[in-house]
Ligand binder design. Structure first.
Ligand code: AVI
Length: 400
């Protein structure tokens, strides 16, 4: 086993233990940092190496947690995760579900799609023939990553908002490592476990990489990043994740991101483009029913986590392009009159036949929308790259 592989074989065990511990413990730790160190004086003794895993505390994805292993010696830090998740995730779900099902029309927040099953379903969506977005962005980054990074001067630090599995990020990382000898990568993602596994895989692939990760929502991550200084920065916001923000949220998000950057830094923004209704509706209503499962999984999640009794076959998935508002609207529709009980909320919810729960919007852009968004948030739109079918755009927004 080579040195890096050995280090991460050990940290994988530790991470698992941390997560198991986190599901039973209560919150209260002051520190929220997981660090993995590689030792300069490395040997193959697992227990010695495990001592170099620093400490973990604060609120994990599954609830509170404290676990500390003090370092035997501090050497080169290759990987840190700052855990910014401060409240018990199930409490947030319960509050938001109560509010959403009490409002008129009923609605859910799209962030609740992404439990473990929902995240896997989203990965499957990205492989669907109808969901062209992922392939189109991959095509652009495969073809133009060198041109993109060449637009920015100096030694670059890479930030990524919502990095997930970081698969497209690899194309940018590789382009940067053709241009500079080492790279600091700062991913921000709500899922500590996704950050942990994707970071370990990246570190195994690229020995020139160091990772300083933030587990938390975008705004918590940006607030932390604002307190730190760094070299010339390229930020990534890929996958058209901007699509799931309403226009005022998109402005707020880009504005917060701009506060973290300095003039001369840049943001690479992936944005899906406006196009014909048929293509858009097919992308969100695939023949295999994966997007339907992704959408209905929110009801299954309420059954699992809040003791609901939604009968999934009593509801159907809908995806409609609202051309006037430039967005695909996703709904769950009740196919009959029915009532649902949610025991953790002590709540009974009535649905009329045809009544809808609005679960997501996916906004589509044209290049002038992107230029306007940039201008309103302290950027200018620099170069834009399109895929060969001109369905998707990668836009370099320059901080001014
Ligand atoms: C994550 N986001 C960019 C996806 C989109 O295309 O709006 C979420 C999605 N919802 C259904 N399919 C994909």
């Amino acid at each position: 086993m080579n040195r890096v592989a050995s280090v991460f074989a050990i940290t994988a065990v530790h991470t698992f233990e941390c997560h198991r511990a986190s599901s039973n413990a209560s919150n209260g730790g002051e520190s929220r940092l997981i660090r993995y160190h590689t030792g300069t004086q490395y040997d193959e003794n697992h227990s010695q190496l495990a001592l170099r895993v620093i400490w973990f505390s604060g609120m994990g994805e599954h609830g509170g947690a404290q676990m500390r292993t003090q370092p035997a010696e501090i050497t080169e830090v290759k990987f840190s995760i700052h855990n910014l998740v401060t409240r018990e995730p199930r409490a947030g779900l319960a509050e938001d579900v109560r509010r959403g099902l009490s409002s008129q029309p009923k609605r859910f927040l799209p962030k609740y799609f992404y439990d473990e099953l929902g995240s896997q379903l989203f990965e499957a969506i990205c492989l669907l023939p109808e969901y062209y977005l992922t392939r189109a962005e991959n095509e652009i980054l495969t073809r133009y990553a060198d041109d993109i990074v060449a637009e920015i001067d100096g030694k670059i630090t890479l930030i990524e908002m919502g990095s997930g599995s970081a698969s497209k990020t690899r194309l940018i990382i590789e382009a940067l490592l053709r241009q500079q000898r080492e790279l600091l990568f700062i991913p921000v993602d709500i899922s500590a476990s996704a950050l942990d596994s994707s970071s370990r895989i990246l570190l195994q692939s690229y020995p020139q990489l160091s990772i300083d990760a933030y587990a938390g929502d975008y705004f918590a991550g940006l607030a932390e990043l604002e307190k730190t200084t760094r070299a010339r920065t390229l930020a990534l916001f890929l996958g058209s994740n901007i699509s799931n923000f309403d226009p005022d949220e998109a402005l707020k998000f880009l504005h917060a991101l701009r506060q973290v950057l300095h003039a001369g830094d840049a943001l690479l923004l992936g944005a899906d483009l406006k196009k014909d209704r048929q293509t858009l509706e097919a992308a969100y209503n695939d023949a295999l029913g994966v997007t339907a499962a992704f959408n209905l999984n929110v009801l299954a999640r309420i059954n699992r986590e809040l003791g609901g009794n939604f009968e999934l076959r009593g509801f159907r998935h809908l995806a409609l392009y609202n051309e006037e508002r430039g967005r695909v609207e996703i709904y769950i529709e009740s196919i009959r009159d029915q009532s649902v009980l949610i025991s953790a909320l002590d709540m009974k919810v009535d649905f009329a036949e045809g009544e809808q729960i609005h679960t997501e919007n996916s906004y589509k852009y044209d290049l002038s929308d992107i230029a306007n968004l940039a201008a309103e948030t302290g950027f200018t739109r620099g170069r834009t790259w399109l895929d060969s079918e001109e369905r998707f755009s990668s836009n370099l927004l320059l901080a001014v």
